[in-house]
Ligand binder design. Structure first.
Ligand SMILES: [Zn+2]
Length: 148
């Protein structure tokens, strides 16, 4: 259903092999459980709680790029679902602010290129309230619990 290749946006990305319908389950994120002290900040990681991260899995979930107008999100658990119909060979993206919530995360410039781009990828807590409310249904479970 998905494949990894060079992305026009950043490094490698994940793409749809064939058209995908809204609600389809795309992939589940996995990887070694790490605390911040023992993760490599330059290596792939996903924040899943307070001082809790999934390190690189070596599978496609390591390579899904960010978008400020994503076509996928964490509707349930650590599984990425299609938020709208995805065309064949379209890049699959999710909004990284749906996982990151470190107080001291400085953010990084966004190159997603959509008209509604926020220009910087930030911690969930530092987003404007209306953005948090829009993104909340696609956040990881710990954030849904924190910002109920
Ligand atoms: Zn953006």
């Amino acid at each position: 259903m998905i494949y990894v290749k060079e992305s026009p946006q950043h490094g490698r990305g994940v793409f749809a092999e064939a058209p995908i319908v809204t609600g389809a389950l795309l992939m589940t994120f996995t990887g070694p459980l790490l605390t911040r002290a023992n993760l490599d900040p330059h290596d792939y990681h996903l924040q899943i709680g307070d001082d809790l991260y999934l390190g690189p899995s070596g599978a496609a979930d390591d390579y899904v790029n960010h978008s400020c107008a994503p076509n996928a999100g964490f509707v349930s658990g650590f599984t990425l679902s299609a938020l709208r119909p995805i065309k064949a060979h379209e890049e699959i993206t999710w909004d990284y602010s749906c996982a990151i919530d470190e107080e001291d995360f400085g953010g990084f410039p966004c190159a997603c290129g959509v008209p509604s781009c926020r220009k910087i990828v930030q911690s969930f807590r530092h987003l404007p309230r209306e953005v948090r409310e829009r993104l909340r249904p696609w956040t990881l479970p710990y954030l849904r619990e924190r910002y109920r």
